[in-house]
Design a protein around this ligand. Structure first.
Ligand code: NAP
Length: 319
């Protein structure tokens, strides 16, 4: 089978398409004929060696969608021919940027018939992440106000829709008028320019001068002080990043705030979260947005573009 691989850490030029053996599923695994995989910023960090413990050669891709080609003897929930999507491949497993991937049953869910493979790939990881952050970690309630930094991004576009479906009032930010308009269409009540010099005031103005109950932040180094300013007493700050910035001098003592960081390594049991995304998609409360699709041969460009941004939703690669 064809698989994207890198044999050493480095820039985009270490990525290539190799002919490799098709994996065989273990007893608890499903062999999926991959039709699409998403491109995540963390793929670039693994490839560059920034998280230097990726076994080489490595196949990138932590999530994706496809059709079941074979099932291990202990697999009960899936059969050959099922349409599925997956999230949570860790750095030591084979990735999803391959024609086939052997995926543990606990990381798979059935993909609704009317969701494309590209859409399934686009929503799997970021949707599960947004769900974890908002529903499990922050426990948002109907009527809460939620600030979502970068609402046009992969996690952001899922988070806007999940928060909106929960009945929260959503304030999001985005970098261009085109993106802001799109994020409004996804359900945000207010979308602000993240480059505004008066962003904290803009957030407070958008919430009638009151504060927000939850903030979802992936750029804590830029927004920690703003987050504390706009959060209410007993508010929740959920962070999607590995590095907690130097917080000396930040006035933490002015309010009771809970700060929680999501683990970067994906949880081995993702299926329950994926099934919740399925229910939202079936109710038309969650629509994956595929910003662009690339061939395997163009994955270096895709991994470059994911860092540049400027699009709404998720970049996807297909065999
Ligand atoms: N388990 C986890 O903890 C977990 C899981 C998934 C992702 N993450 C992390 O979460 C972050 C986002 O991931 P993603 O997949 O959503 O990436 P993404 O698709 O690249 O989205 C990032 C978003 O941030 C926006 N942005 C750029 N500059 C900004 C600024 N100054 N202020 C606010 N927003 C800004 C971008 O907008 P423009 O396009 O306009 O620049 C883009 O919409 C990454 O750091 C990723 O590693 C963590």
């Amino acid at each position: 089978m064809r698989a994207v691989r890198y044999h050493e850490y480095g820039g985009g030029d270490v990525l290539g398409v190799d002919e490799v053996d098709r994996p065989s599923p273990d007893a608890d695994e499903v062999l999926v004929e991959m039709r699409a995989a998403s491109v995540n910023p963390v793929d670039v960090m693994f490839r560059s060696g920034e998280y230097g413990d990726v076994p080489l050669p490595s196949i990138p891709g932590g999530d994706g969608a496809g059709v079941v080609a074979e099932v291990g003897e202990g697999v009960e929930r899936f059969a050959v021919g099922d349409r599925v999507f997956a999230s949570g491949m860790d750095r030591a497993e084979g990735g999803t940027c391959a024609e086939y991937a052997a995926i543990t049953e606990t990381k798979l869910a059935h993909l609704p018939e009317d969701v494309s493979f590209e859409g399934g790939a686009a929503i799997a990881n970021v949707g599960a992440t947004a769900w974890t952050a908002l529903e499990e970690v922050a426990g948002i309630q109907a009527g809460d106000r939620v600030l979502i930094h970068g609402g046009a991004g992969g996690v952001g576009h899922a988070a806007v829709q999940i928060a909106s479906a929960s009945g929260a009032e959503v304030i999001a930010t985005a970098g261009s008028e085109t993106a802001r308009e799109r994020v409004r269409e996804l359900g945000a009540d207010t979308v602000l320019d993240y480059d505004s010099d008066t962003l904290a005031e803009d957030v407070l103005a958008a919430s009638d001068g009151e504060s927000v109950e939850t903030v979802l932040d992936h750029r804590l180094q830029a927004y920690l002080e703003l987050d504390l300013e706009v959060l209410t007493e007993n508010g929740q700050l959920v962070c999607l990043m590995g590095n907690i910035p130097d917080a000396s001098g930040v006035p933490f003592y002015t309010k009771e705030i809970t700060v929680q960081a999501l683990r970067m390594d994906n949880h081995p049991v993702r299926a329950p979260k994926l099934r919740r995304l399925v229910r939202l998609m079936e109710r038309d409360e969650l629509t994956p947005v595929v910003a662009d699709t690339y061939d395997f041969e163009d994955i270096a460009q895709a991994q470059q573009d994911v860092l540049v941004g400027g699009y709404v939703g998720k970049l996807v690669v297909t065999p």
